[in-house]
Design a protein. Structure first.
Lengths: 197, 292, 175
C-alpha cells in the first residue's frame, strides 16, 4: 500500500526593498555570522592559544640556549687564553726527549759523558716519565745551579732528581744525576680529542 | 548529472497573434509541476513579465516560433539542394535533423526576432518544427497547422517531410459588408412604407441574416482559405514534389475552427481527413524540454 | 532528442547572482578562517620544532662545556705539574746550595751523594774537632741519624765519611 506523503509547502514571504530580497539576504547574513562565530570558537581560538603556548616555550628555550651559548663561548675563550698563556708548557709536555738536544742544551753548563735511558713508566694516568741517568763534568756547583735554573725555560719538562753524586776530579766535578722526563701519554689522541671540540 | 533532477526550470513559450500569448511551465525532472497561461496586449508587459521570471529563477528558458512567410522545410541538408530549389542559400539559416531534412528561414527574420525582445531567446523554432514534432504518421500525409492568421502545411512522403508551405489568412469581411449595404439600398424606398409589417420583418430578417453571415463568414473564411490552400498545395505537391498519393490530411487546430472541416475536405478533395486540437504553446515547451 | 531550434539556448546559471555572491563570500571567508588557523598551526609546529632543536643544541653545548672544562682542568693539571717539577728542581738546588754552604772553610769535600733519605759526604777535615764543631751540629739538626767515619791521613788531616739518614717519604713511590 502506497502512502502518499504531502510535501509541506513552506511559504516564506518574499519581501523586496529596493529590489533586494530582504529575507534571503538576512538569511545569508545570519549564516555568515554563525559560520564566523563557529570558526572562531572551534578553529581560530584554539589555534591562537596553541600558538601562544608554543611561542612562549620557544622563547624560553631560546633564552636558555643563549645563556648556555654565552657560557660556552666564554669557556671556549678561557680555554683559548689558557692554551695561549701556557703554550710553552703544553708544548713541552708533548715533546719526546731527544738525547742529542739535551746534550746540546746541557753543554752550556756541563760536559756530558753519558746519558742512559732507564725505563718509562706511566705517571698519574695521563703522563709518562722516562728516567735518564746522566753523567757529566762541571767546573763548579754554580754550573749545576745554572743548569737547574735553565731547566725552567727548556723545551722539555725535566726534573732533576736524587740520587745525585758530586765527585771531585781534578779541577772538575763529576756529576751523576737522575733526570726524569715528563710527557703526555697520548699526545696525538689528546690532540684529536681537542680538535673534535 | 544527478543534480538536474532537483532543479526547477521555467519554460516560457510565446508568440504574437493579435495579442502576445504566453505559457509558463515550471518543470522539475521532466515533470510539469506548474502551469500558467497569460495574454499581454503590448510587448512591454510581456518583457516585464518574462524578465521578472528570469530574475526570480535564472534557470528560465524562453522560446518562440517564427511566424513569417520566408521559411520552409526541404528533404536535404546540403547546399546544392537548396540552390536547386532556388532558395537564396546565403541569406538563410537552417537546422538539420538526422542529416535527412532541414528547416530553413530567412536570416533577416531570424535576427529581427532575436533583437525584438529585451530578453534573450533560448529557442527559436520554425513554424514547421512543432508540426514535425507532433507528426506520428509520416508516410503520405499532409499536416495542416491552423493559426488565427496563418496556415502552414507540411507534407510527408517517406517518413521525412518533403513539402512545406505557409500563407497568411486574408480577411474578406469588408467586401461582404459592402454588398449587404448595397442590398439595403436596392430595396425600393418608394415602396409603400406602410405596405406591410412584413417589409419591416423582412428588414429584420435581412439584418439577422447579415449577422449570421458575418459570424459564420470568419470561421468559414478560414475554412475556405484552408480548403483552397490544401487544394493548391496538393496540386503543387503532385506536380513538383512527389508521385505518391497523399492518403490522409491531418488538421492541427489552434484557432478553434469547427471539426467538421474534415467533412468539407473529404467532400471536396476526396481525401480522408482527421481533426486534432493542439496547443501550440504546450508543444513548443515540450520541444524545448526534450532538447535539453 | 531532436534539436529543432535555430538558436542554442544560453547557458543558465544554477544560482542567482546574489546567491552566488553570498556563497562565494561565505566560502572565501571560511577559507580565510581555515587558512588563518592553518597558518597558526604551522607556526606552532615550527615553533615546536625549533624549540626541540634548541633543546638539543643546548644539551650539546652543555656537554661541550663540560668537555671544555675538563680540558681547562687538564691544562691546570699540567701547569701544576710543571710548577711542581720546577719547584722541586729549585728545592734540589736549594738543598745542595744549603749543603755546600754548610761546609765550613777548613773542610773540603771530595764527593757527596744525595738521595731522598740519605746524604753521604766524603771529605777532608783538618781536625776532628773542626768537623764536630762546625759540621756535625747542623747535620744533626737536619738529619735524624748521623754517622761519621774518620780515617786519618798521613798528613794529620782526616778523611771523613758522613752518613746521614732521614726518614722521609719517597716522593716517587706512591701516587
Amino acid at each position: 500500500m502506497k502512502i502518499k506523503l504531502n510535501k509541506p509547502n513552506i511559504k516564506i514571504p518574499k519581501i523586496t526593498i529596493y529590489g533586494i530580497d530582504v529575507i534571503k539576504n538576512l538569511g545569508f547574513f545570519a549564516l555568515y555570522i554563525i559560520i564566523t562565530l563557529l570558526a572562531i570558537t572551534l578553529i581560530i581560538a584554539p589555534s591562537i592559544k596553541k600558538f601562544k603556548q608554543t611561542q612562549k616555550k620557544y622563547f624560553e628555550a631560546k633564552y636558555e640556549f643563549n645563556m648556555v651559548n654565552n657560557q660556552y663561548n666564554k669557556t671556549l675563550n678561557e680555554l683559548k687564553m689558557l692554551k695561549k698563556e701556557n703554550a710553552k708548557i703544553l708544548n713541552a709536555f708533548r715533546r719526546d726527549f731527544n738525547i742529542n738536544n739535551f746534550k746540546n742544551f746541557a753543554s752550556q753548563f756541563m760536559e756530558i759523558t753519558s746519558i742512559e735511558k732507564n725505563g718509562t713508566k706511566p705517571f698519574k694516568k695521563d703522563f709518562l716519565t722516562t728516567i735518564y741517568f746522566v753523567k757529566s763534568k762541571i767546573n763548579s756547583p754554580k754550573d749545576f745551579y745554572d743548569f737547574i735554573d735553565a731547566l725552567k725555560n727548556y723545551k722539555y719538562i725535566v726534573k732533576v732528581y736524587f740520587p745525585i753524586n758530586f765527585q771531585k776530579e781534578g779541577k772538575k766535578i763529576l756529576l751523576t744525576l737522575k733526570l726524569e722526563h715528563y710527557r703526555l701519554k697520548n699526545p696525538k689522541a689528546l690532540k684529536a680529542e681537542e680538535k673534535a671540540h | 548529472m544527478w543534480l538536474e533532477k532537483f532543479i526547477k526550470r521555467n519554460f516560457i513559450s510565446f508568440y504574437k497573434e493579435e495579442n502576445y500569448n504566453l505559457l509558463l511551465e515550471t518543470v522539475k525532472n521532466k515533470n510539469i509541476i506548474n502551469s500558467q497561461k497569460k495574454e499581454f496586449e503590448n510587448k512591454k508587459e510581456l518583457e516585464k513579465f518574462v524578465i521578472e521570471k528570469i530574475n526570480e529563477n535564472p534557470q528560465t528558458y524562453t522560446s518562440t516560433v517564427l511566424l513569417t512567410l520566408n521559411q520552409g522545410v526541404i528533404n536535404s541538408c546540403q547546399k546544392k539542394d537548396y540552390l536547386k530549389r532556388d532558395i537564396d542559400y546565403n541569406n538563410i539559416q537552417f537546422i538539420c535533423i538526422n542529416n535527412q531534412y532541414s528547416f530553413y528561414t530567412s536570416i533577416y527574420d531570424l535576427n529581427k526576432t532575436k533583437k525584438e525582445y529585451k530578453f534573450e531567446l533560448d529557442f527559436i523554432y520554425s513554424i514547421f518544427a512543432p508540426i514535425d514534432f507532433l507528426a506520428k504518421e509520416r508516410k503520405n500525409r499532409f499536416y495542416v497547422l491552423v493559426l488565427k492568421e496563418y496556415l502552414a502545411i507540411l507534407g510527408y512522403e517517406d517518413f521525412i517531410p518533403i513539402f512545406s508551405d505557409i500563407i497568411t489568412i486574408n480577411e474578406k469581411e469588408e467586401e461582404e459588408e459592402e454588398e449587404h449595404i448595397e442590398d439595403i439600398e436596392e430595396i425600393d424606398i418608394l415602396d409603400d412604407l406602410t405596405e406591410n409589417i412584413e417589409d419591416i420583418e423582412d428588414l429584420d430578417d435581412i439584418e439577422e441574416l447579415e449577422e449570421e453571415n458575418t459570424t459564420q463568414s470568419s470561421s468559414t473564411n478560414i475554412e475556405v482559405s484552408l480548403l483552397n490552400f490544401v487544394q493548391a498545395s496538393l496540386k503543387e505537391y503532385y506536380e513538383n514534389y512527389s508521385e505518391d498519393f497523399i492518403e490522409k490530411i491531418i488538421i492541427l487546430d489552434t484557432a478553434e475552427i469547427s471539426p467538421s472541416i474534415t467533412r468539407l475536405l473529404e467532400d471536396e478533395i476526396l481525401i480522408p481527413a482527421e481533426y486534432k486540437k493542439i496547443d501550440l504553446l504546450e508543444t513548443i515547451n515540450r520541444m524545448s524540454v526534450e532538447s535539453l | 532528442m531532436r534539436v529543432y531550434s535555430f538558436v542554442k539556448p544560453k547557458k543558465k546559471p544554477l544560482l542567482k547572482e546574489d546567491t552566488k555572491l553570498w556563497l562565494i563570500f561565505i566560502t572565501i571567508s571560511f577559507i580565510l578562517y581555515i587558512s588563518f588557523g592553518l597558518f597558526l598551526e604551522i607556526k606552532s609546529y615550527l615553533f615546536k620544532k625549533e624549540t626541540k632543536e634548541l633543546y638539543n643544541q643546548t644539551l650539546t653545548l652543555k656537554h661541550k662545556i663540560i668537555e671544555l672544562n675538563k680540558q681547562k682542568e687538564f691544562i691546570y693539571t699540567q701547569k701544576a705539574l710543571y710548577e711542581d717539577i720546577m719547584i722541586k728542581n729549585q728545592l734540589v738546588k736549594q738543598q745542595i746550595q744549603n749543603l755546600l754552604d754548610l761546609i765550613p772553610d777548613p773542610i773540603t769535600l771530595e764527593k757527596f751523594y744525595i738521595d731522598h733519605n740519605k746524604l753521604i759526604i766524603y771529605g777532608i777535615t783538618p781536625t776532628k774537632d773542626v768537623y764536630n764543631l762546625l759540621m756535625l751540629p747542623p747535620l744533626e739538626s737536619i738529619f735524624e741519624q748521623t754517622i761519621t767515619y774518620f780515617y786519618e791521613l798521613p798528613n794529620g788531616w782526616y778523611k771523613f765519611k758522613s752518613e746521614n739518614f732521614i726518614k722521609s717519604e719517597d716522593e716517587n713511590q706512591t701516587e
